[in-house]
Design a protein around this ligand. Structure first.
Ligand code: HEM
Length: 336
């Protein structure tokens, strides 16, 4: 066992013993009282096993500070130091690997009919603002969150303690404050896009046809296809739960006790890894992975052939309701 860990544990042990005595050992189980904590032969592990919970009374208003040892704390530390880093490493590197493999096997998805001279308005300015508000805050939240879990293993050895201290301080501030625009973005996304993201039978067929990846041709889709609906709900439900558990951690003990805080932290970390993995796939397909896709969130105008191939039902519906949605930027305006 490294010396620092040993000395930390010994200090915790000494404190436990001291406070345990101070608290009058009132809350100890009967067999715990038969242990002489000052005896040299008492092992830390033996003591911790015996003292399942050390809890007593304190005279300050904060009653929860009377809890000195609770076994869940050790389970939580294990999760924080081992399980979450492992899940994060496998989840995120695994997703990057799958995306890379997809790119190697499938290549960039092209507009099959070739680019058209006409465009169709896919997202208006407000929709794009909401998307980029959510996206930019999520990306900084994800990177600053990753620093909490991986920073001391990856970044600290690379840049040294002082720069790491500054980066981590700024990352923590960003993580706290950007939670607000992210939450606002998620709520606005829900409001503006929920009507287009209700699952239908069309999505089932879309999935059965593998979203067009398996076999020939493009399965029909409305404004959002089945895969995009999954992303939408992952962002709204997953992102919403990440935000809610994040606020529990940001304002400790207002709503929940120590066990609730530990659960909130675990849910926050695991969901963050899951949503980040989904978003890695989304960013790939929305940028380099598919010809013509980025324009939807860039200028808001997409190639008409792209739209017909990927969102055929939406094009029919939208052009029927508003023929002016289709533009012809390739053609010169006729002279007066
Ligand atoms: C650089 C990063 C990103 C790029 C390039 C990007 C690109 C895009 C594009 C092109 C679309 C429209 C797709 C279409 O027209 O059908 C879109 C939609 C969307 N984006 Fe992003 N996005 C990014 C980051 C994010 C992030 C971080 C989130 C959420 C945390 C997000 C959430 C969504 C959602 C919910 C939609 C609508 C559903 C969908 O099309 O999947 N995006 N994005």
């Amino acid at each position: 066992m490294p010396l620092t860990v040993l000395s930390r544990r010994l200090r915790a042990l000494a404190l436990a013993v001291g406070l345990g005595l101070g608290l009058g050992l009132a809350a100890l189980p009967a067999d715990a009282q038969s242990v002489n904590p000052t005896a040299l032969s008492v092992q830390e592990q033996q003591l911790l096993q015996t003292l399942q919970k050390v809890e007593g009374r304190v005279s300050i208003p904060d009653a929860k500070s009377g809890v000195l040892i609770q076994p869940e704390g050790q389970a939580w530390r294990d999760f924080h130091e081992k399980t979450l880093p492992q899940v994060g490493t496998w989840g995120l590197l695994g997703t990057l690997g799958i995306v890379l493999l997809f790119w190697v096997v499938r290549g960039r998805i092209r507009i099959e009919a070739g680019p058209s001279t006409r465009t169709i308005t896919r997202f208006n300015g407000f929709e794009r603002f909401v998307h980029w508000l959510t996206a930019s805050s999520f990306i900084v939240l994800a990177l600053s969150g990753l620093n909490v879990t991986f920073g001391k293993h990856l970044l600290l050895p690379l840049i040294g303690p002082h720069p790491f201290h500054i980066v981590s301080e700024l990352a923590k501030l960003a993580h706290n404050y950007l939670s607000f625009p992210f939450t606002l973005g998620v709520v606005l996304m829900l409001l503006i896009w929920i009507k287009d993201n209700i699952p239908t039978g069309v999505d089932v067929v879309w999935f059965l046809k593998g979203g067009g990846i398996l076999g020939k041709g493009h399965p029909a889709a409305g404004r959002f296809n089945g895969g995009q609906k999954l992303i939408f709900w992952a962002v709204v439900l997953g992102g919403g739960a990440i935000a809610a558990t994040g606020y529990l951690l940001m304002f400790p003990f207002y709503v929940t006790d120590i066990a609730g805080m530990q659960t909130a932290q675990m849910v926050h970390g695991l969901l963050a890894v899951a949503v980040a993995a989904v978003i890695i796939g989304h960013i790939y397909i929305g940028s380099v992975g598919m010809e013509g896709a980025f324009d939807a969130m860039g200028s808001g105008e997409v190639d008409l052939n792209w739209a017909k191939e990927h969102h055929s039902l939406w094009v029919e519906d939208a052009t029927r309701k508003n023929p002016g949605i289709v533009h012809n930027p390739g053609r010169m305006a006729p002279a007066e």
